[in-house]
Each structure stands twice: as C-alpha cells, then as structure tokens.
Design a binder for this molecule. Structure first.
Ligand code: ZN
Length: 263
C-alpha cells in the first residue's frame, strides 16, 4: 500500500476508534493560562468538579484551584497536585478526582528575580509590580523561598445544597506556619478578568516537605527567588450543566463577595 493510503487508513481507524465521543485534550500553545469554570460560579456555589485532575495535567504543570465539593486548596507544582484539606494536612489526590475551579500553565519563567531582604506580602506585590509593570498581561508566579511566617487557610468539604463561598469562609480553618522553606504558586491577573478569575494576586503555598500549605492570607519571606512567566493566551473550560453551572446567576457583580472570600 502506498504511504498516502496507509495514512488515510490510520486516520480512518483512529476516527472509528474514537467513536467521536472520547475527547482527548491537546496541550495548549506556550504561555497559555488554562482555566476551569469561573470565579463567580465558584462564589455562587458551583462546587461540583467538572474536569479530572488527569485532564487538568494536560494543560500545565503549575497552578492553583480547588477540588470537587470544595474539598481543600489545590497547589499544582512541578506537575504534581497537592490537596491541602481543612485539617491542614497535605494529600495527593487520585487523578480521577475532579476540580470545579482551577487555573494552570506549563510554567517556564521568563525571568527570575532574587529577593535578598525580608519582604511582606505587600512588599512582594510592590516588588513584582515594579519588576513586571505590564499589568495587562497574565503572570504566573512560582517562588522558592525561606519564610519567617506564612498564614494560610483552607476550605472544608461541602455537601449539597452548597452554600455560597462567602458563607463557607466564615468558618475557614487558618494556619500560621513559621520558619520554613517552601513554594508559592499563583497568578497576578489583570483587572479585566473580574468575574472570571481573581484580579491581582492570588497565591497558594506548599512547604518544601509537602506537609503544610494552603491559600495565602499573609506572609513574611526572608529570601527567595521569584520566577514569573508572562502569559498572553487564555483558554477556558466551562463546566457541564449537571454541575449547576448553567443555572448559576453569573450576571451580578460579585467583587465584594470575592474580597470576603479571598483575603
Ligand atoms: Zn486560593
């Protein structure tokens, strides 16, 4: 058989095998932030997972998010997914688990900034804003650092009917971690993502022993290196209707709710 005929046969059998029902996600181009659902859907209580962690991994090796039923904070670091549950412990979830909200990138730092002096969360924001002044691009951030203090929180697993996120965080467990090394993973996103993701800084933490972490509320870093990957592409995966996404009211301004839920 001629080469072109072989190719045609291969393509035809691949199509038949797929049965047009199995969608195999393709990795996105470089510098793409890939996101599952929207922050406003999460705020309104759409906590049912829609994308498996295995599928999420196709879109990147670095990122943050949460898990099915809002069961803790996600840190994806170096291709591994860590789940910081409400008990403060770190778990390695099965790849069949699903996420209702996450944002990931295939992280390659465009530039690394070395920080040699003590720096608070506020100092950190000022420093990164000064070093990377283009606020209209999406920036993925990975920090390897030594910390005097990191204050984190997690969120407890919820059951139906799901309360809105502002209700959940009223009882959020908070953790004060002292004198430890670890990694910050997160994003600085532009103001225009309002409603879709978190404008400004949204950072999660995992310690270097992978035994504690969470959504960062505050920190004081002794020293560290800050890698920033500027991303100019954005890809969204919307949840299917069964998750409640299609019935959520995503028309109203939830910025106040976001402030309460994230800071
Ligand atoms: Zn978070």
């Amino acid at each position: 058989m001629k080469k072109s005929g072989m190719l045609l046969l291969a393509a035809l059998s691949a199509w038949l095998l797929c049965g047009c029902s199995i969608v195999v996600p393709k990795p996105p181009p470089q510098n793409t932030v890939t996101q599952v659902s929207t922050i406003d859907a999460l705020l309104s209580g759409v906590y049912d997972g829609s994308v498996t962690l295995r599928q999420l991994g196709v879109f990147g090796n670095t990122g943050i998010g949460t898990f099915d039923a809002l069961d803790g904070e996600m840190v994806m670091f170096d291709g591994r997914i860590y789940q910081v549950k409400a008990d403060g412990k770190v778990y390695r979830p099965a790849l069949e688990e699903k996420t209702p909200f996450a944002a990931v990138v295939d992280f390659k730092a465009d530039r690394v900034v070395v920080v040699n002096q003590p720096c608070s969360f506020k100092d950190f924001e000022k420093l990164i804003d000064a070093e990377f002044p283009d606020m209209n691009m999406m920036s993925a951030i990975v920090v390897k650092g030594s910390f005097d203090y990191v204050k984190t929180r997690s969120v407890p697993r919820q059951s139906r009917p799901y309360p809105p996120l502002t209700e959940v965080v009223k009882n959020q467990p908070e953790f004060e971690l002292r004198n430890l090394d670890g990694y910050i993973v997160g994003f600085r996103l532009p103001a225009y993502v309002k409603g879709i993701n978190v404008p400004g800084y949204h950072l999660h933490f995992i310690c270097s022993e992978f035994i504690s972490g969470g959504h960062i509320l505050d920190f004081s870093m002794r020293k560290g290196s800050v890698g920033v990957d500027i991303c100019d592409r954005f890809y969204m995966i919307l949840p299917d209707a069964k998750t409640g996404f299609s019935d959520a009211d995503l028309s109203k301004d939830r910025s106040q709710e976001l402030m309460k839920a994230e800071r």
